[in-house]
Design a protein around this ligand. Structure first.
Ligand code: FES
Length: 86
């Protein structure tokens, strides 16, 4: 077997990094390599030209799960201190 026909070693899998930024008095900004799926696992279409997605956390968006800016009109305010996950 020559070097030309030796299969290349598989590239090591590098875990993709996803960042979820809690915006002050606003949405959750998700950046990275991820899929957004509904409760049945079906992918929710999003604008692939954008590197991130803004998800509603105020509950007032007309385009859930996406943020449409309604948090401003409803004057959504962050809790004073984020609570740790349980
Ligand atoms: S967080 Fe922006 S519309 Fe809800």
């Amino acid at each position: 077997m020559t070097a030309a026909n030796i299969p290349a070693a598989a590239e090591p899998m590098t875990p993709s990094r996803v960042e979820i930024k809690v915006r002050k008095n606003g949405s959750l900004l998700v950046t990275g390599d991820f899929s957004l799926v509904d409760h049945e696992g079906k992918e929710i279409a999003r604008n692939n030209d954008k590197p991130n997605v803004s998800l509603c956390r105020c509950g007032h968006s007309a385009r859930k799960p996406f943020c449409d800016g309604a948090h401003k009109a409803c004057e959504f305010i962050d809790p004073p201190d984020p609570q740790p996950a349980v």
